[in-house]
Design a protein around this ligand. Structure first.
Ligand code: EPS
Length: 389
């Protein structure tokens, strides 16, 4: 499977085309809309989220509730577009009109794609950069992730994301199953399963907002039910953990990734890093601990995949940092655009989507890609083989 996305933040639509979705997968727009709505919630979002009510249009590849095996086109309208038709329209405008619109950006925001993107593509108006580099694009990646989750669900694999840290407030959630974690997360305005920490996180978001500042955090994604041996050690570009790490870093503002105990491994002896192997009749092979987060040798171990990503604070600040105006070369405060003071809760839903995509892609590559029934059967056989091995 592969996909492309297109669309600007204030353009008419966001679109994705997914090629290689197996045939026979039950798929309704409501499956996707649910995830789109989850991404839009979250304490700390700005005014844009009151304008947008993201809903998907399934434009191809699905008939009577099932995928056909042909490319699946997903499209989400930007409601805000009605306010931007002239500024973002495809038709040419006169110089006078351009001046009157006054949405030209010549003061790059530190930490954004603005300046590098403008130099790279030769844009004097940095709106041409920020419209596409905006995290608005993650809307349609969540829609793609919802399709991936359907494939995984058919194979008994679940993906759950939650927030572990915001603005230095750390959570210590306790839960006994992925289902319970899901429930606690859905009930939390910051998608954090530790209620006490969630209250402190909201306070941190309020404080940041009041100070015209922004805060980041850490999200964790857990994939349960992957059979062992997905991915491969035989070649660098077949290692599934590497693909998941890249997917995590592809989310806007994400700066680091770790699996299991992650960076903590640097300070522990090997005996407290690696997971002992055991076997019993019911489970087959398993690890007594899961410090490596579900991966050995670029392949799944059959234990839950545990991957975390760190999101930096959003760089659009109401209390802007110093920058340089590219027209005058004079020092100036960076442009102020409407923004969110914290998007970590929303980013956790995006993280869930991109990790689900990598998991589903690996499953379809390894277990036969044309029909969902065939994939299910092959995954079941792999689990059996692993248990009896
Ligand atoms: C974003 C800026 C804000 C966010 C946006 C990402 O949008 P606007 O400039 O229209 O106020 O709300 O996020 C979304 C629109 C979204 O759907 O998540 C940015 O500059 O990245």
């Amino acid at each position: 499977m592969r996909y492309l996305t297109a669309g600007e933040s204030h353009g008419p639509v966001l679109t994705a085309i997914i090629e290689g979705v197996p045939a026979g997968l039950p798929l309704l727009d409501s499956d996707i809309n649910e995830d789109l709505a989850r991404r839009q919630k979250g304490y700390g979002r700005g005014r844009r989220m009151q304008i947008e009510k993201d809903r998907v249009n399934l434009l191809s590849g699905v008939r009577h509730g099932y995928t056909l095996g042909s490319p699946v086109t997903l499209s989400v309208e930007n409601k805000d577009w009605t306010h931007w038709t002239k500024i973002m329209g495809a038709e040419p405008v006169t110089e006078q009109e351009e001046k009157e619109m006054k949405r030209q950006i010549t003061r790059p925001r530190p930490g954004h794609a603005d300046l590098n993107g403008a130099i790279k593509y030769g844009h004097r108006d940095m709106r041409n950069v920020l419209e596409r580099s905006s995290a608005r694009e993650t809307t349609v990646r969540v829609a793609v992730g919802a399709v991936a989750r359907k494939i995984l669900a058919e194979c008994g694999i679940t993906v759950t994301a939650h927030v572990l840290e915001i603005g230095g407030v750390k959570a210590s959630p306790s839960y006994s199953s992925a289902r319970e974690l899901q429930k606690l997360t859905e009930d939390s305005p910051v998608r954090c399963a530790d209620e006490e920490a969630a209250v402190k996180m909201m306070k941190a978001i309020d404080d940041a907002k009041e100070q015209g500042d922004s805060i980041g955090g850490i999200v964790e994604v857990i994939v349960e039910g992957m059979p062992p041996g997905v991915g491969s050690y035989v070649h660098y570009d077949r290692k599934l953990d590497a693909k998941m790490a890249a997917a995590m870093l592809s989310i806007n503002a994400f700066k680091g990734v770790e699996f299991g105990i992650g960076f903590e491994a640097a300070s522990r002896p090997g005996s407290q890093v690696h997971d002992e192997i055991a076997w019993d009749q019911e489970k087959g092979y398993y690890r007594k601990t899961n410090r490596l987060g579900g991966f050995e040798g670029g392949m799944t171990t059959g234990m839950p995949i545990v991957v975390r990503g760190v999101m930096k604070p959003i760089p659009t600040l109401y209390k802007p940092l110093m920058s340089v105006d590219v027209e005058t070369k004079e020092p100036f405060s960076a442009s102020i655009e409407r923004s969110d003071s914290c998007a970590v809760p929303a980013a956790s839903v995006v993280a869930e989507a991109v990790i689900a995509w990598e998991a589903a892609k690996a499953i379809t590559e390894q277990f036969g890609a044309d029909r969902i029934g065939l994939i299910q059967e092959n995954v079941r056989k792999m689990r059996e083989h692993a248990r009896e091995f």
